[in-house]
Write a protein that binds this ligand. Structure first.
Ligand code: Z57
Length: 830
């Protein structure tokens, strides 16, 4: 039998002669074949989009080759694997990233040129894969890139939403949400695995059975849905390793209700069946408010159940003893969203594998690690007990049992301190409905709890998880977030990339980002500065063209491009930015003509989506448009000040905006941004930061020095006292004046902005806009001053890039691998 198989393999291999070739002729043949046979257009007549489709299929072939090798190698070596569970991944576009990581971008560009196509133009045809909302989702994507590049044996798991992040459309300055049906034109970057599918159960009842004198629980489900795998290859840079991101889609189950067919209601039976697909249909657009929605909970369990069936099946192929599971499997929970996995593993072990509760519990406590991405209580997920009991009756029992054991253990340690016991309980008893606290469940069952920056961990230890920290100090760690320099320099800023490599004399920094430090040596070098400025200017021109095409506003390239792009949230304080812009406008208006020459021209750029149900955030967007309308059409202001809102902010927009900005704002109220990763993208691209000492910015200050940044505002430890003082603080007259302008209709929409003004006045000023306003203006003034001295500014810019090495996900992932997951690289030879 084995001999036969070997002979067959040799015969097939002989037909293929090794791997796909990357010389121009092979690539051209390949692309044209895909035009003809995959896209089904004539190879003598196809447009840019069809060329993009063919091109990406040709790249896909190469990805698949490496994917196969890597997976087979992992299988043979059987190392401990990391399973990275996240409900959101903001992958963005794949084409450029893939060919760059595969090291064949220039080969393709040349091959295409001869065919009469421009690689960059084709790359622009691709839409974003936007299966996530904000920072958390993009972090997951950056981490996948680093996991692949560092050769870690890792798998990502996620959901394949048909509708990812909504498309933001602005009408009359108001945000409207439109569906983004991103799969409409096909997705060449995924491989559908029709044979990798698992049934997922919902509802029903829990019954008891006896087996060999032992009682067992059996969950008799009321509904079944099938999870089908879609694999997305993730190529590493400078390695053949290509790991997998497996996304699940819901399909009707083969085992559904035959009864309806028999009763003859054929049409309705089919229609009902089709409803199963709604589970993976749409991503919830409100990051961080949980409204106890059943569909959301269904998504979470669907994801968890399918992923774990897949993981356990893979483990059982090679092993027959679950005791060794912790040596082979690490499960990483990205926020609490996938934390039902804990109860699910217990259920599978106890009910299906018939392990004793204690043995199962021992194993569970060794495999999970949990990273939390916030400290805001409203973002901590809670599930109403009744909802969980109806959708997942057995899981509710298990969570109650886990809690019961934990409470017993806790009483032994801390005695009958009831208020502390109730704070630490997984079940929240107070309030109108009983809730399951997913964060407590996650902390109790994980061997490690990570924060996403040093200051974030401090806050977790002293606030949100204080009780748990006192109980298990050794569980708590932090890994400061990062971003991947492959996407955020190499792909999105090719000119800067080339310049860096030229002056460092090597491209090695693309894998070893600490080498960027070498740029410090040339920070004041006149030639280097000249080239640096030129690259930055070209990026600004590209951005200016985009702005004009988008909004019709013509902006001056010589102005300072001042950018704030991120989700709209009150704590991120886009409103502080707007109030600052109005203040600047007001100053210009009231200035003597002769003083105007001293004003540093600015182009203020704001972009970001508001959750559809987040009223205040939507009002901020409207205010931005109302202010822009006034300023941009004021002939007395001209090029001194422009304000533009960039609609539909997403990864590919960021790739355009970040390299073209001079100054970027990260101005959250101290203590509210767990880490922030936008700041790191700007830093890498040599854009200066105007920021509060919050999240990861604290660590950026340590790396590049406060003198190279514009830092302002209350510090983390000052915020609570300042808030208590409230209106007893000295009021800022300037601040009050501007809020009054907004309130009294200077920008129109008088009544509409009232509640926005209320939110920042007097004791309502929860996020301390008024308190920080004065020092914000000072920081802005120092930025103006620095900008006038272009030599100094360019030096600061170079030092920003040079000091950005720490903020690569390569470092983050290496730390996780070493001190949380216990995994080692497994590099595919060749
Ligand atoms: C999200 O994007 C983040 C936290 C959350 O709790 C949710 Br829900 C969504 C962000 C944080 O706000 C950022 O500060 C952080 O950099 C990012 O997650 C990645 O850790």
């Amino acid at each position: 039998k084995a001999g036969e198989r070997k002979a067959k393999a040799e015969r097939l291999f002989g037909l293929m002669d090794g791997f796909l070739k990357n010389d121009p002729l092979s690539l051209q043949t390949d692309i044209l074949d895909h035009v003809e046979y995959t896209v089904a257009r004539s190879r003598f007549s196809f447009d840019d989009f069809e060329a993009y489709q063919a091109l990406s299929h040709s790249v896909r072939d190469r990805l698949i080759e490496r994917w196969h090798e890597t997976q087979q190698y992992f299988k043979r070596k059987d190392p401990k694997r990391l399973y990275f569970l996240s409900l959101e991944f903001l992958m963005g576009r794949s084409l450029s990233n893939s060919v760059i990581n595969l090291g064949i971008r220039d080969h393709y560009a040349d091959a295409l040129k001869q065919l009469g196509f421009d690689f960059e133009v084709l790359a622009e045809q691709e839409g974003d894969a936007a299966l996530g909302n904000g920072g958390l989702a993009r972090l997951s994507a950056c981490q996948m890139d680093s996991l692949a590049t560092l050769d870690f044996p890792a798998w990502g798991y996620g959901l394949r939403y048909q509708y990812g992040s909504f498309r933001q459309v602005i009408l009359d300055g108001f945000q409207h949400e439109q569906p983004d049906y991103w799969l409409n034109f096909g997705n060449p970057w995924e491989i559908e695995r029709v044979h990798v599918s698992y049934p997922v159960k919902f509802y029903g009842t829990v019954e008891e059975d006896i087996l060999n004198g032992q009682k067992y629980k059996i969950w008799v489900p009321g509904e079944m849905v099938e999870a089908v795998a879609y694999d997305n290859p993730i190529p590493g840079y400078g390695t053949r390793n290509t790991i997998n991101l497996r996304l699940w889609a819901a399909k009707p189950s083969g085992q559904d209700d035959m009864e309806s067919y028999n009763t003859g209601d054929y049409i309705n039976a089919i229609v009902n069946r089709q409803k199963a697909e709604t589970i993976s249909c749409v991503l919830y657009p409100d990051d961080r408010s949980y409204q106890g929605k059943e569909l959301r909970l269904k998504q979470h369990y669907f994801f968890v159940s399918a992923s774990l069936q897949d993981i356990i099946r893979r483990f059982k192929e090679e092993h027959n003893n679950f005791e060794t599971l912790p040596d082979k499997v690490a499960l990483q929970l990205t926020d609490t969203h996938p934390s039902l996995a804990i109860a699910e593993v217990m259920r599978v072990f106890v009910d299906e594998e018939h392990l004793s509760w204690n043995r199962a519990w021992d194993i569970v406590c060794k495999i999970f690690s949990f990273t939390t991405h916030t400290i805001q209580p409203e973002a901590l997920e809670k599930i109403p007990v009744d909802l969980l009991g109806s959708l997942l009756p057995r899981h509710l029992q298990i969570i109650y049992d886990i809690n019961c054991n934990f409470m017993e253990e806790l009483k032994k340690k801390i005695g009958l301190d009831y208020s502390r016991l109730s704070r630490m309980s997984i079940i929240e008893e107070e309030g109108p409905v009983k809730n399951i606290r997913m964060a407590n469940l996650s902390v109790i069952c994980s061997h490690t709890v990570n924060g996403v920056s040093r200051i974030h961990l401090e806050l977790l230890k002293t606030k949100v998880f204080k009780d748990f920290y006192e109980l298990w100090p050794q569980k708590f760690q932090y890994k400061t977030n990062g971003v991947t320099q492959r996407r955020w320099i190499v792909v999105s800023n090719p000119n800067l990339c080339a310049l860096i490599s030229k002056w460092l004399g090597t491209e090695a920094w693309i894998r070893n980002v600490d080498l960027l430090m070498g740029l410090r040596e040339y920070a004041a070098d006149a030639d280097f500065q000249q080239e640096w400025k030129l690259v930055r200017r070209l990026n600004k021109i590209r951005l200016a063209e985009y702005i004009e095409a988008m909004s019709g506003v013509k902006v001056s390239i010589d102005a300072m491009f001042d950018v704030q792009i991120k989700r709209i949230h009150e704590y991120k304080r886009q409103l502080l930015n707007l109030i600052g812009i109005i203040h600047r406008y007001d100053c210009i208006k009231n200035m003597e003509k002769s003083d105007r020459r001293k004003v540093v021209p600015r182009v203020c750029i704001i972009g970001g989506k508001a959750a559809p149900g987040y009223e205040i955030a939507k009002k901020i967007i409207k205010l931005c448009h109302a202010v822009a309308e006034k300023i941009n059409n004021d002939p007395g202001v001209g090029d001194l000040l422009k304000l533009v809102f960039i609609p539909d902010y997403n990864v590919s927009v960021a790739e355009l905006v970040v390299p073209g900005s001079d100054l970027s704002q990260h101005i959250s109220t101290a203590g509210y941004e767990a880490s922030g990763t936008g700041n790191m993208k700007f830093l890498m691209n040599g854009c200066l930061l105007l920021a509060t000492a919050d999240g990861s910015t604290v660590e950026i200050i340590e790396e590049i020095g406060e003198e190279n940044m514009f830092i302002f505002g209350a510090k983390v430890h000052e915020v609570p006292t300042l808030r208590d003082k409230g209106s007893a603080r000295k009021p800022s007259l300037q601040f009050a004046r501007i809020v009054r302008m907004i309130r009294e209709g200077y920008f129109g929409f008088k009544d509409y902005f009232g509640s926005l003004c209320d939110a920042v006045e007097g004791n309502g000023d929860f996020y301390l806009l008024e308190h920080d306003f004065e020092s914000y203006l000072e920081a802005q003034a120092s930025a103006d001053k620095a900008f006038v001295d272009q030599k100094r500014w360019t030096q600061m810019s170079i030092l920003s890039t040079a000091g950005s090495g720490k903020f690569s996900t390569d470092r983050t992932i290496a730390e996780y691998a070493e001190s949380t997951w216990g995994i080692e690289p497994c590099k595919c030879p060749f």
